[in-house]
Design a protein around this ligand. Structure first.
Ligand code: GRF
Length: 216
């Protein structure tokens, strides 16, 4: 089995990155994390990745005139590392159509809500304000519109009576760390195809743990 050469794009803490790196330690895992790129040189995730023995590159987006210039620099690194799949994990830059189309159906993102509900920033704050009872997280293919694109995997996380943004985001994060490695595995094994902007699954695959927050 040839493992898919995968890069992770981060901007900060990198806990999802860590979950992906951890899953990919298993030689049977169908993707290999070969590069971590951050647009913020001070991102704590860079050190975590380095400690895990993954090559890291910081490309400071503030040093580029345009969004596309920054992405061209990133693309050059991705090509140099012969990257086949890209996972955005807390990567806080909007992407141009050029970059998104270059990685069409090869670039994944994780978002802390049950998309298409609660796109954008501070989803947990808005979820709590609205008084909804269930939220969760979503892994999806990246499209130009923020937090949109065919959905690969979701986990539902119930909201508890005394939840705060902190407690809720911590529980959702636990679920994120389960479904992101699962979703990447499905994609890397070639079990997902996109038809009519919907992700379709083929073959037989192990579903893994139920897609519910492990704390419940
Ligand atoms: C996660 O909640 C992810 O869903 C969102 O940004 C956060 C990043 O956290 N896109 P981390 O850097 O992976 O710890």
């Amino acid at each position: 089995m040839s493992r898919k050469r995968t890069a992770i794009l981060i901007s900060g803490r990198g806990s999802n990155m860590e979950a992906l790196i951890e899953a990919a330690r298993d030689p049977q895992y169908p993707a290999e994390i070969v590069l971590v790129v951050s647009n913020r040189p001070e991102a704590p995730g860079l050190e975590t990745a380095q400690k895990a023995g993954i090559p890291v590159i910081a490309i400071d987006h503030t040093e580029f005139e345009t969004r596309e210039d920054f992405e061209k620099a990133m693309q050059a690194e991705l090509e140099k590392a012969k990257i086949e799949l890209v996972c955005c994990a807390g990567f806080m830059r909007l992407m141009t159509e050029w970059f998104v189309e270059t990685w069409r159906n090869k670039m994944l993102n994780i978002h802390p809500s049950l998309l298409p509900a609660y796109k954008g920033f501070e989803s947990h704050t808005r979820v709590l304000r609205d008084g909804v009872r269930i939220t969760g997280c979503t892994v999806h293919y990246v499209r130009v519109a923020m937090d949109s694109g065919p959905i690969i995997s979701q986990a539902a996380v119930p909201i508890l009576t005394n939840d705060t943004t902190e407690t809720l985001s911590a529980r959702v994060l636990e679920a994120e760390h389960i479904i992101y490695p699962q979703a990447l595995a499905l994609v890397a094994k070639g079990l997902v195809r996109v038809a009519g902007e919907e992700a379709k699954f083929s073959g037989t695959f192990k579903a893994g743990p139920p897609l519910i927050s492990p704390s419940m």
